[in-house]
Ligand binder design. Structure first.
Ligand SMILES: C[S@@+](CC[C@H](N)C(=O)[O-])C[C@H]1O[C@@H](n2cnc3c(N)ncnc32)[C@H](O)[C@@H]1O
Length: 289
């Protein structure tokens, strides 16, 4: 079997509006990905299992980051299966490889530095998976078609994506210090060409790509108190965008800075007896014939 090859791609640490990956490349971002992954894992796992991933499967993970989805897939496919993560950030791959070695899974999981949109190869997979990946692709329909072409007949495509939803509904009683901070994410994502409403676009994107109508499920992260991991994750996400917000001339609500975002939110959710909502999570999957 011919292995995959692709265009090596490394973006600068400091993102600009012109770069395609809004969250940047840094240790802080890799840590945020791991925090995010702990929160998302049960949902991603449910989508993968509902899609039919099982022991022995050969899985391709698109935009594997620091390896969380690949590690999750490895826990499902077991030692008889295999996982290949494709990622264009070489530093992220290095971290992912170290994690895989630490878990003694190097026999099952491997990574390649490549741009998914320039993959060539003849290897065929039982499942192609991706989380928070399609959102960054300039042409999601073309990327889904490319992903589907890497599946064997009867193989399954499983994607987990977010959706920005309605910012005004994000807290109750309404807490502007949360709503106004979180709402900054969306213009910054949009400025880089990311699809802030990718979640709701999934069924349409699958169908436009010529796939069967997918199954779609939605889950929503909710914080009901100061110790919720949702608050920590959302604060880290806003903090990861600090350079981009500055580049776009956007700033946090008056009296709040990036370092005290989390304590301010914790105080607010407690004093207001509020609940804060994060962006909706969408799982979509379909088999190819
Ligand atoms: C938000 S991260 C998600 C990482 C991982 N899927 C997870 O859920 O933890 C998106 C990743 O996709 C990568 N990426 C985006 N577009 C890509 C492309 N066309 N080819 C390869 N990697 C890509 C980025 O470099 C980034 O590491």
């Amino acid at each position: 079997m011919r292995p995959f090859t692709g265009t090596k791609h490394q973006e600068a640490d400091m993102p600009t509006s012109a770069s395609r990956y809004v969250l940047g490349r840094s240790e802080r971002e890799y840590m945020r990905l791991m925090v995010q992954s702990r929160l998302m894992r049960p949902w991603t796992e449910r989508y993968m299992r509902a899609a039919g991933l099982r022991p022995g499967d050969r899985v391709l993970d698109l935009g594997s980051g620091v390896g969380d989805v690949s590690l999750l897939a490895a826990s499902i496919v077991g030692p008889e299966g295999s996982v290949l993560g494709i990622e264009r950030d070489a530093d992220a791959i290095e971290t992912a490889r170290q994690r895989v070695e630490a878990e003694r899974l190097s026999e099952t999981v491997r990574f390649e530095v490549a741009d998914v949109n320039s993959l060539t190869g003849t290897e065929q997979f039982d499942a192609v998976v991706g989380r928070f990946f399609l959102v960054y692709q300039p042409d999601p329909v073309a990327t889904v078609q490319r992903a589907a072409a890497l599946l064997r007949p009867g193989g399954v495509l499983v994607l987990h994506e977010m959706d920005a939803g309605a910012v005004n509904d994000m807290s109750w009683p309404p807490c502007p210090v949360y709503n106004d901070s979180v709402s900054l994410l969306f213009p910054v994502f949009a400025a880089t060409g990311a699809h802030t409403y990718m979640g709701r676009m999934l069924a349409h994107t699958f169908l436009e790509a010529g796939l069967e109508r997918p199954a779609v499920e939605i889950d929503t992260p909710v914080a009901t108190g100061p110790d919720s991991p949702v608050l920590d994750w959302m604060a880290r996400t806003v903090q990861s965008l600090e350079p981009m917000l500055a580049a776009e001339g956007l700033s946090l609500p008056a009296g709040v800075d990036f370092d005290d975002l989390l304590p301010v939110w914790k105080r607010t959710i407690t004093e207001q007896r509020a609940q804060f909502v994060g962006p909706s999570q969408y799982g979509a999957w379909a088999r190819v014939s």
